[in-house]
Design a protein around this ligand. Structure first.
Ligand code: SAM
Ligand code: DTB
Ligand code: SF4
Length: 322
């Protein structure tokens, strides 16, 4: 697919909302079974103490937040999370570590073991460990990793207002290393950090330049955390979120669009609008990485009311077709 220009993306973003949702729903239906929504879970395998200064992040060591810092988990401790996944229709597990970059040490060996463990259970494994080189990405791929998450977070223009300890090109280089290792890419961003509409459009523009497109695009709404520079940011309205999701669906038609952080603020009706606008994944479980998330019973009720079904993992799909 030929990349869209910023002008073209802006024209989509600015459509009358009802028109935009309708168009996004059509694109969604052409590319996916709209009843299927992937349930993913998050496990923070190493929490806090990160040397980076991402202004939104409670895990940066530069800010005084109330999180519990924790060194790398042992692989054996993961079993509980695997059981939870199996009991709750989770088909993808995302492991997060508050690292600036991956290092070749004992911790990396442990992480490889974790990836093997989860893959062997038939789940998709996604990892988000910060910057990574091609050789490390290949090792993760050999261990069975399915996806690597590395968000571009915002536009190239706004990036240095949010993070000073690395630049946009570092982010894009990691994405290239991930691609070269044959992994799928998960990359998206956050709205509600004080960025302009043009920044949101520019972020989608960068994602649409990636060839192939990222297979997965998380759209996070800022969760303002006490102690971070963004703690007092005003809330994003649901209409802006729906607009962003719908535009993402149209610009990146075949990507999974993930309704990610910030879901706790949304009513069931608001979430239904997000699914109509093309979102087809959620994070389930009472915690994201460090902040609270929606109650799983409420999520189950929502699936029942809306007639949604949990999407199987790629491994389960392969088995079903064999
Ligand atoms: N250290 C790794 C990195 O930066 O890629 C992985 C972990 S990091 C927590 C993963 C993503 O979570 C960030 O890129 C950001 O998009 C999202 N995130 C972190 N804190 C958030 C917050 N307070 N609100 C919304 N999204 C947030
Ligand atoms: C993503 O884009 N959002 C998830 C996942 N990828 C790793 C993380 C959200 C974290 C929200 C803040 C927290 O709980 O610490
Ligand atoms: Fe560290 Fe990732 Fe948080 Fe940035 S977003 S401070 S890199 S854990």
């Amino acid at each position: 697919m030929k990349p869209l220009s910023k002008t073209e993306i802006k024209a989509i973003y600015e459509l009358p909302l009802i028109e935009l949702i309708h168009k996004a729903a059509e694109v969604h239906r052409q590319n996916f079974d709209v009843k299927k929504v992937q349930i993913s879970s998050l496990v923070s395998i190493k929490t806090g103490g990160c040397p980076e200064d991402c202004a939104y992040c409670p895990q940066s060591a530069k800010y005084n937040t109330e999180i519990k810092v924790h060194k790398l988990m042992e692989p054996s401790e993961l079993q509980e999370n695997i059981n939870y996944a199996k009991e709750n229709g989770v088909s993808r597990m995302c492991l997060g570590a508050a690292w600036r970059e991956v290092r070749n040490n004992k911790d990396f060996d442990k992480v490889l073991e974790m990836v093997k463990m989860i893959t062997n259970e038939g789940l998709e494994v996604c990892a988000t460990f910060g910057m990574i080189n091609e050789e490390q990405a290949k090792k993760l791929a050999e261990a069975g990793l399915y996806a690597y998450n590395h968000n571009i977070d915002t536009s190239e223009e706004y990036y240095n207002k949010i993070i000073s300890t690395r630049n946009y090109q570092d982010r894009l280089n990691t994405l290239q290393n991930v691609r070269k290792a044959g992994l799928t890419i998960c990359s998206g961003g956050i709205i509600g950090m004080g960025e302009s509409i043009d920044d949101r459009i520019s972020m989608l523009y960068t994602l649409n330049l990636l060839n192939p497109h990222p297979e997965s695009v998380p759209i996070n709404t800022l969760v303002p955390v006490k102690g971070t520079p963004l703690e007092n940011q005003p809330k994003v309205s649901i209409w802006e979120l729906v607009r962003m999701i719908a535009t993402t669906r149209i610009v990146l038609p075949k990507s999974m669009v993930r309704l990610s952080a910030g879901r706790l603020e949304l009513s069931m009706e608001a979430q239904a609008l997000c699914f109509l606008a093309g979102a087809n994944s959620i994070f389930a479980g009472d915690k994201l990485l460090t902040t609270p998330n929606n109650d799983i019973h409420q999520d189950k009720l929502m699936f029942e009311i809306l007639g949604l079904q949990p999407m199987p993992s790629v491994h389960q799909k392969t088995l079903a077709n064999a």
